[in-house]
Design a protein around this ligand. Structure first.
Ligand code: ZN
Length: 57
């Protein structure tokens, strides 16, 4: 089970290939070997990159 890299919640659902959504803080994030990227979902549905995390492997 993934945890949200933003709020550390477990309320994370998969929305696509390597693409997850946190229903607690309403961010989406992608997990790759190169690291975790967090996106904020704007009102019009576009994704705005917030932070780039450390590599997980
Ligand atoms: Zn979260």
């Amino acid at each position: 089970m993934w945890r949200c890299p933003s709020c550390n919640s477990r309320a994370v659902g998969k929305v696509g290939h390597e693409h997850y959504y946190c229903s607690d803080c309403c961010v989406e994030f992608t997990r790759r070997k190169t690291g975790t990227k967090v996106f904020e979902v704007a009102d019009d549905g576009t994704l705005v990159a917030l932070t780039e995390g450390q590599p997980t492997i």
